[in-house]
Every structure is written in C-alpha cells, then in structure tokens.
Design a protein around this ligand. Structure first.
Ligand code: AMP
Ligand code: GLY
Length: 430
C-alpha cells in the first residue's frame, strides 16, 4: 500500500474516469474546469468524453486492464463511475498499487451489490427504511403478499441498474414476479410500500468526514407523470425543493451520521460517494429506499455543475482520506437534465442511428447549457447511438424555470430517429 499525503494538493494531476455514460461525461466536464487537472483519461468513455479527454478502449468491467491503465498513465486519481467494478474490487486493487481511488472497496460496495446486506445494515443501525420479507419458496408467496397491502414492491437482490424492482397493485403480477425471481435467483425480497416523494442525496464520504451535495430528484419512470416501467433515469434536477432544510437535517441525523460512524469505523474506510435514495412522506420524514455506492446517473449531470470547488481537489481529498480539510462551496444556481432515449427503451434499444445536434451549447452569462453524452460512439465522422440512454440536455441557470427552458431548448435541437424524451422533467418543483 502506498502512502498518501494528508492534504491533497495535486496540480497537473492525471485523472482517470472509469465508465462511459452521461455521469462520466459530467465528471469529465467538471474536471475540465479544475485548475489542478493536467490531463483527463476515460475508460472506455463515449463520443462526448472523446471530445474533452482521452478515451481508452478498456471496459469498465476489466479490472486488470483498468489497473494496468492507471499505472501506465501514472494516474494521480481514479474516479469510478459505475458500481460494477467497485463490487468486483477495483478500488481494493488500485489501493494495493498505491493509486488513490474515489469509490469504495468491495466490502463497502456490497451496500449496493446486495439489497439484503444493505437492509440488514439499516436495521442494525436503526436507520428508517421499509420493512421487508425474504421469500424463498413458492408456498410462502401468498402469506407474504397478505402481510403487506397493495401496491407490492418486489426486489430481486441483483445489480440491475434500477430495473430489478417491480412496484405493482396487480396481485397476480406481483405473485408472478415473485415466483419468477425465486426460480431465477433462489429468493426475492418483498418490501413494504413507502408513499411519498423521492429525492437523491449524494454524500461524499471518507473517514475524516462527509459532504452532502445539493439534493436532486431523478425521474425513473419512462412516461410523463411518472408512469410506465422503471428506467435508469429519464431526467433530473437540482436542488430538489422537497429536501427542505428540515428534511435535510433529519436525513443527516437519522441516516447519514449513523452510516458515516459505521462506515468510517471499518478496517478499510469508505471513500467515495454514498448515494442515499430517500422517500419523504407528507410529514417530511425521510426513509431510505436504497443506497448506491457511486454517483447517480443522471443526478451527477445536475449536481457536478453546482459544485464551485475544484472537483479534482474535492474527490482527490476524499480518495486520500482528507475530505474534512476541504472547504466545499456551491454555486447558487439550479440545474436540469433531460434524457434522450433510443426507440424501444427501456424494454430494448434501437442503436446505430445517427445523432444530430449533439454539439449544441449555450453560454449566456450565468446561463449555461450543454449536451452530456451517454450511449454514443463516433463512426465515420458521425456520432451514432450505442445505448438506451443516448445523451441528455442540461441547463444551468439562476432558477429552475430558466434551467428547464435551456435544457428543453437544447433537446429540441437534437435529432435521432425514433427517440423519445419526457417533457415534464421537474414538474413537481416548477
Ligand atoms: P431501488 O432500485 O431499490 O431504488 O428501486 C427502484 C425504484 O422503485 C425506486 O426509485 C422507487 O421508485 C421504487 N421503490 C423501491 N422500493 C420502494 C418502496 N419500498 N416503496 C415505494 N417505492 C419503492
Ligand atoms: N438515477 C438512479 C441511479 O443512478 O441509480
């Protein structure tokens, strides 16, 4: 294990971002504005990151390849976007090589890797969350469904990018979903339904302290009015007014503090982003829907632009265990991102289609807008779609109304055959 300076004061830093989605493009754009950054590398990246950094053809699931790449480019910091490589131990391997990594070790990543493990930790620490029943046999399904009233929440204990959860008022469907999951995985979780409004709190955390970034709200359902199947996220905005100062204070006291005390007392401390998915009821009581061990996507696209502090210093300090020494500042702005999805998403995705207008950007004083690439690649001088979520249009402005008009102005300039996007991102706040 290498030794790291207590205070992270790197300049001309070489930074490697792992992943290839909109979240990673947002991290790259944030790092571009960091005076302390010398060069930015991405593995594998997308057509957007290729314009702002150096892409490397190493998959985010190739742990050996990523460690070799970090050593080859002499990375001062590796920032891991997706959860997969964290669960597979990328952070542990990098730390063994003396490379600071923003993103927790494999044990820390189990918080996202296993919903059952996360639930147990919440129950042990007294953190407010929905109660749960583990179902292993087909004979136990009906009595479990009787325990909770409709709607039923069925969760497979697998990494499924937010798509392993079924919320339904249809008992026949709930029964079938539970039954299928038992056949595939051997067991499934049935959760009490929590009513309320959701918000995402991204918390930077290491053993020295934690920093709550401005709360955001993601729109997970594919259809307007939050209808239809769950997706990886169709848009987001920040700050989310549902997280009032009072709600934030309760979330910190009841959730973040106990998690920080627990995670920082582990043999290997948690260093990275703890994504707290909150359900806030009408009384303003927050409960945990889920923990993720990484930045959210698309929450990152609306959160990073609100951070005024040098992003490399901030995330580097966290990777080195000296977060409490950074004075973190935020812009007094609002932001919104609207996702452009491929035809068929989320069930399937028609890819390989030409994306037009993705170089759109707006810069009018305090008002800014740009396109975050996600499932895109370059092909013969053109940008073509390569995933379900192709890109998102992001606006940053003094207030949410203006941020929304920028985001929608930009998305209206995009051209992708068969694509769809929601017209109502941020409706709860506007
Ligand atoms: P998860 O992957 O656990 O975040 O679940 C995906 C989505 O399902 C969440 O963002 C919620 O919209 C919904 N959900 C999950 N668990 C619950 C619950 N216990 N009560 C209500 N909605 C839930
Ligand atoms: N936007 C939800 C997630 O990143 O899990």
């Amino acid at each position: 294990m290498g030794s790291f300076p207590t205070v992270y004061t790197m300049s001309d830093a070489v930074v490697l971002v792992v992943g290839g989605g909109g979240r990673e493009h947002a991290l790259v754009l944030g790092l571009l504005e960091s005076p302390s950054v010398g060069s930015i590398h991405v593995a594998p990246g997308n057509a957007g990151t290729a314009m702002n950094a150096t892409n490397h053809a190493v998959s985010a699931s190739d742990i050996h390849g990523l460690v070799d790449l970090a050593k080859m480019i002499r990375a001062d910091l590796v920032i891991v976007g997706p959860e997969g490589p964290l669960v597979e131990g990328l952070s542990d391997r990098l730390r063994e090589e003396g490379v600071p990594c923003f993103g927790p070790h494999a044990e820390g990543a189990r918080l996202e890797g296993s919903k059952e493990y996360a639930k147990q930790m919440m129950f042990d620490l007294g953190i407010p969350t929905a109660s749960v029943i583990r179902i292993e046999s087909h004979d136990a399904i009906d009595s479990a469904l009787d325990t909770f009233s409709s709607p039923w929440v069925v969760k497979r204990d697998v990494l499924a990018g937010g798509k392993g959860v079924t919320v339904t008022s249809d008992r026949v469907l709930a029964h079938a979903t539970v039954s299928d999951a038992i056949d595939i995985d051997g067991f499934v979780l049935l959760e009490e339904f929590m009513a309320g409004e959701e918000a995402s709190m991204l918390v930077l955390m290491d053993e020295s302290g934690y920093v709550c970034l401005p709360a955001s709200q993601d729109h997970k359902r594919v259809g307007e009015g939050d209808t239809g199947p769950n997706t990886g996220g169709m848009g987001a905005y920040a700050p989310a007014p549902v997280v009032t100062e009072a709600v934030k204070a309760r979330a910190i006291e009841e959730i973040v503090e106990p998690m920080h005390i627990h995670l920082s007392s582990q043999e290997i401390p948690y260093r990275g982003c703890l994504y707290v998915g909150l359900m806030i009821d009408t009384e303003g009581s927050p409960r945990v829907v889920e923990f993720n061990v990484r930045f959210g996507d698309p929450e990152t696209q609306v959160t990073i632009p609100l951070i005024a502090t040098d992003l490399n210093h901030l995330l580097g300090a966290c990777a080195n265990g000296s977060l409490s020494e950074v004075d973190v500042k935020f812009h007094d702005s609002a932001s919104m991102t609207v996702v452009l999805a491929s035809e068929g998403y989320p069930k399937s995705a028609e890819t390989g289609r030409i994306l037009g207008g993705s170089d759109g950007c707006i810069e009018e004083g305090e008002i800014r807008g740009f396109i975050h690439h996600a499932g895109t690649r370059q092909e013969g001088g053109k940008i073509v779609s390569s995933g379900g979520r192709v890109c998102s249009a992001t606006g940053i402005a003094p207030n949410l109304n203006e941020a929304a008009s920028i985001a929608y102005r930009l998305i209206d300039g995009l051209e992708l055959e068969g694509s769809h996007h929601r017209r109502d991102i941020g409706y709860r706040a506007l």
